[in-house]
Write a protein that binds this ligand. Structure first.
Ligand code: HEC
Length: 145
C-alpha cells in the first residue's frame, strides 16, 4: 500500500525543502569568483550596467564623452558611420539609429556591445574594449541622432 505513506513522504519532502531554503538564506553571499558564485559573465555585465552605470533617467552616469567619441570613432564608426547613422535598425519604418536605441533601451545596447549578435553580424567587444571605455562609448552613443 503506497497511499497511506504518501502524505508523510510529502511532508518530509517539504520539511527538507524548508530546511534547505533557510540554510541558503542564512549563508553569506558567495564571494565574487568563488565556487558558490554562479553568476554568468552575462549576468555580471548586465548587473554592472544596472547598479553602477544607469541613472534613473536611463542615461549613463559619469561618462567621459570625449573619450567616448574617440572610442566610437576607433571601434564602431567603420560599420555604424560617423554619427551612427549608417545602420538603420528600423528599415521600412521611421528610421532608428544607434543613438535613439542607446537612449531608449540602454540594456539592449549594452548587451549587444558586450556580447554581439552573431546572426546580425555585430561583434562582441567584451574582450576587446575595457569597461570604462565601454561606459564612455555608451554615454556618447546616447548623444547621437
Ligand atoms: C564590423 C561591423 C561592426 C562594427 C565594427 C560594430 N558594429 Fe554594431 N552592428 C553591426 C551590425 C551588422 C549590426 C546589426 C545591424 C542590423 O540589425 O541591421 C550591429 C548592431 C549593433 C547594435 C544593436 C542595436 C539594436 O538596437 O538592435 C548595437 C547596440 C551596436 N551594434 C553597437 C556597436 C558599438 C557600440 C560598436 C563599437 C564598439 C559597434 N557596434 C561596432 C556591425 C558592427
Amino acid at each position: 500500500m503506497l497511499l497511506p505513506y504518501a502524505p508523510k513522504a510529502i511532508l518530509t519532502a517539504i520539511a527538507i525543502l524548508l530546511a534547505g531554503a533557510s540554510a541558503c538564506l542564512a549563508q553569506p553571499k558567495p564571494a565574487p569568483g568563488s565556487e558558490g558564485d554562479t553568476l554568468t559573465v552575462e549576468d555580471k555585465r548586465m548587473a554592472y550596467l544596472v547598479y553602477k552605470l544607469l541613472g534613473k533617467d536611463g542615461i549613463i552616469k559619469n561618462a567621459d564623452l570625449k573619450n567616448g567619441a574617440k572610442q566610437f570613432y576607433q571601434n564602431c564608426r567603420a560599420c555604424h558611420g560617423d554619427d551612427g547613422r549608417r545602420t538603420n535598425f528600423n528599415p521600412g519604418g521611421i528610421p532608428e539609429y544607434i543613438g535613439i536605441r542607446a537612449r531608449n533601451d540602454m540594456p539592449t545596447f549594452w548587451y549587444q556591445m558586450n556580447f554581439g549578435d552573431e546572426e546580425r553580424g555585430m561583434e562582441a567587444y567584451i574582450n576587446e574594449i575595457d569597461l570604462d571605455d565601454m561606459r564612455d562609448i555608451a554615454g556618447y552613443a546616447q548623444t547621437l541622432p
